[in-house]
Design a protein. Structure first.
Length: 148
């Protein structure tokens, strides 16, 4: 049985590190803004084991108009739990949370390999493929939402 809980930024590292920063030092798992009071971290547990994480930042991207923007970052599911619905549940949880905060736009930089996952949830690519140094090719993606 899975459950989604609020977690600390430090708790995200145990999933961020092997999935998003494999072979890099644990310090590379810390993101700017992780510990701001407006940042939320969510973990999805399967039988009490943390198998996925995501962080939600109240952050404006000047490419988009509008004040109530939120960035999703650090979305990661342990490899042995991928393609089992955990990512979709975690993404949906973020959307419900962002709506509750009167958010109107969700944006993020998606790894090229994850674009189809997000497109299934109606996120759209914006602009061309770009590279993040030491991490790889990404697309900016977004989804406009109606607040609650």
């Amino acid at each position: 049985m899975e459950i989604i809980k609020n977690i600390s930024s430090l708790e995200t590292y145990e999933v961020r590190q092997p999935v998003l920063r494999a072979g890099k030092p644990i310090e590379s798992c810390q993101f700017d803004g992780d510990d701001l009071p407006t940042t939320k971290h969510f973990g999805i547990y399967n039988d009490e084991k943390l198998v996925g994480v995501v962080s939600v930042f109240n952050k404006i991207n000047n490419i988009f108009k509008g004040p109530n923007q939120f960035q999703i970052r650090g979305m990661a599911i342990l490899s042995e739990y991928q393609k089992r619905g955990f990512g979709e549940k975690l993404l949906h949880h973020c959307e419900v949370f962002i709506k509750s905060q009167n958010g109107t736009l969700i944006w993020f930089n998606a790894r090229e390999s994850a674009v189809s996952f997000y497109e299934k949830s109606n996120y759209n690519k914006v602009g061309a493929l770009f590279s993040i140094p030491e991490i790889g090719p990404h697309y900016l993606m977004k989804k406009e939402i109606d607040p609650l």
